[in-house]
Design a protein around this ligand. Structure first.
Ligand code: FES
Length: 332
């Protein structure tokens, strides 16, 4: 049983799917009558790879990741929502050194940007600090080593291993332990200019927090620190005021009442009930799940982008949690 699967998708013959390095595709699957949409970063790079590639890490009890890892066969068609997201350089050329920080499957958008930038400028100064449990669990290990061999003077990877560095795979820059301040500084035997570089971080929340705090301490301007987070981390503080509630959805002049337990967002509650709601990013940026709030109050948690474009009575359901009784929502 494989825990990480890359799926390569053939570009359509006529109208190619256009995307920027660092963007994600949303995969739509229907399992037992319920529509699921999951965003997966593209690990392929435009102008470099002729195909689209997404890499899926199996999540324990993850309905979609298990389905994609186990069920998708060569030759299958997959329903997709067009690429979205603004992580990366957004095609803005820069001479600044680029430093990437990845943890586990967080490497997927990073390798897309790295491949693209090395293709555009084969002399661009690029570094990658990449944390995993062990060499064996390192996604894109051979691809990264090939890139290092191809660009020996300007592309370098440091591999950080929290559990084992003893696997038989030989790696030039192995560091025992997680990515953290002292270890990073000690591992750079050459001078790495953190302060003037653009930084891109993607991985579990722990790595994102550790690295962004470390970079701020090193004097990196906040505007040069870019984070890609797919999952909103809920905690009691964020959920303050949120309670179990019944929410009324209005769709096509029909009303249904749905239980929304504390901690579940309105989108998931509606989808689990069987409502047909458009969605993709699940982080408040694509606005596909927007709906009108007719009554009651919702708490918006984690919405970072896009929310400013909503009308006063609109909410993104993927970031919405019940704050009051008698909530009524009109779906488009
Ligand atoms: S799914 Fe994208 S904003 Fe809710």
């Amino acid at each position: 049983m494989q825990d990480v699967v890359s799926i390569r998708l053939k570009q359509p013959g006529l109208k190619k799917v256009k995307y920027k390095p660092g963007q994600y595709l949303s995969v739509v699957v229907r399992i037992n009558g319920r529509k699921y949409v999951r965003p997966y970063s593209l690990s392929s790079a435009p102008e470099v790879d002729s195909f689209l590639e997404i890499t899926i890490k199996r999540v324990a009890n993850g309905i979609v990741s298990n389905f994609l890892c186990d069920q998708v066969q060569l030759g299958d068609s997959i329903e997709l929502i067009e690429p979205m997201g603004d992580f990366g350089l957004n095609n803005e050329p820069t001479d600044a050194p680029l430093i990437f920080w990845g943890g586990g499957s967080g490497i997927t958008p990073l390798i897309s940007i790295i491949k693209y930038e090395l293709h555009k400028d084969p002399t661009h100064n690029i570094k990658l600090f990449y944390g995993n449990k062990s060499p064996k669990s390192t996604i894109f290990l051979s691809e990264l080593n090939q890139l290092q061999a191809q660009f020996p003077s300007n592309f370098k990877v440091w591999y950080f291993y929290s559990q084992s560095i003893e696997d038989e795979i030989s790696l030039p820059q192995r560091v025992k332990g997680r990515i953290e301040h002292e270890r990073v500084i000690k591992s750079c035997e050459e001078h790495v200019t953190f302060k003037d570089a653009l930084h891109f971080i993607c991985g579990p929340q722990g790595i994102m927090d550790t690295v962004s705090q470390m970079l701020k301490k090193l004097g990196v301007d906040e505007k040069n620190i870019h984070l890609e987070a797919f999952k909103i981390q809920l905690d009691e503080k964020l959920l303050e005021g949120v309670e179990d509630q019944k929410v009324t959805f209005v769709q096509n002049d029909t009303e249904v009442i749905v239980d929304v337990p504390k901690g579940k967002n309105i989108l998931d509650a509606g989808l689990d009930f069987g409502l047909d709601i458009d969605y993709a990013c699940q982080q408040g940026s694509c606005l596909l799940c927007k709906a009108k709030l007719l009554n009651g109050d919702l708490k918006t948690i984690g919405a970072v982008a896009g929310v400013a474009e909503l009308d006063e009575d609109e909410r993104v359901l993927c970031c919405g949690y019940p704050l009051s009784e008698n909530i009524k929502i009109k779906l488009p």
